[in-house]
Write a protein that binds this ligand. Structure first.
Ligand code: DC
Length: 224
């Protein structure tokens, strides 16, 4: 059967990865979490005290970064590896979340990540989520979805997720982080978060997972 590229962009914590993973599973496609790549780069910069305001320092550091996704049969997830270390747990930390949007504004960082993302799509049959996938990474993708949800719903969802790891976290901290990331992601110079003209809007504020998946699968059926 014909294989296509499906892009899912949208605001932080609006459930992109949940829909993308389910969709990939239903179609037998590969799911790629592009945000994990920016998070892993940020983790490397933090651990190695890279001054990311200095372009030369950034370019030099990127030469030492190897990013790979490996499927973990235990968690049934594709997990991010940074220089052969599984960093899936660390990249979800608030320390990384607080800096990742800033790091993702850097042109050299974006060029580094985008090139690898485009290579992952050569054979099609992928669902990739992020912020610029339908606009910059795969502007010719066959199906583009742009997701959104009410900010309070997004905060609640992210809070539940983060609370499991860190019971000291507050709702206010999570809300501040989401709002800050949304602002930086949509106002940066290089590939800001935008709905591609040909993307289909999916507002999941009041939708169950089943309803979202059904919505997405109907869109896929029209493209195949
Ligand atoms: O999807 P996420 O929340 O894990 O993404 C983390 C950050 O990475 C997000 O705040 C912005 C950045 N990002 C990006 O700039 N472009 C992408 N394609 C994916 C993520």
């Amino acid at each position: 059967m014909k294989k296509i590229i499906i892009t899912i962009d949208g605001w932080s914590s609006c459930g992109k990865s949940t829909v993308a993973k389910q969709l990939a599973k239903c179609l037998g496609y590969v799911y790629i979490d592009s945000g994990a790549m920016y998070r892993a780069i940020t983790l490397y910069f933090l651990r190695n005290h890279v001054d990311w305001t200095d372009v030369d320092h950034v370019v030099q550091a990127l030469r030492h970064i190897n990013l790979q996704f490996f499927y973990n049969p235990k968690s049934l997830q594709s997990e991010m590896h940074l220089n052969e270390e599984n960093v899936e747990y660390f990249i979800r930390d608030l320390v990384v979340a607080e800096k990742v949007s800033e790091v993702a504004t850097i042109a050299a960082v974006r060029a580094f990540a985008v090139e690898q993302q485009q290579n992952m799509g050569i054979e099609k049959g992928i669902v990739m989520d992020g912020r610029d996938i339908g606009t910059t990474v795969f502007p010719d993708a066959e199906l583009k979805i742009f997701m959104t949800a009410d900010i309070l719903v997004r905060v609640e969802r992210r809070f539940k997720e983060m609370y499991e790891k860190n019971p000291n976290i507050t709702v206010e901290e999570v809300k501040t982080n989401l709002e800050m990331r949304d602002y930086i992601d949509s106002n940066r110079e290089v590939s800001p978060l935008r709905k591609a003209q040909d993307a289909i809007l999916l507002d999941n504020t009041n939708l169950s997972m089943e309803e979202q998946l059904d919505f997405a699968l109907k869109l896929v059926a029209k493209k195949l």
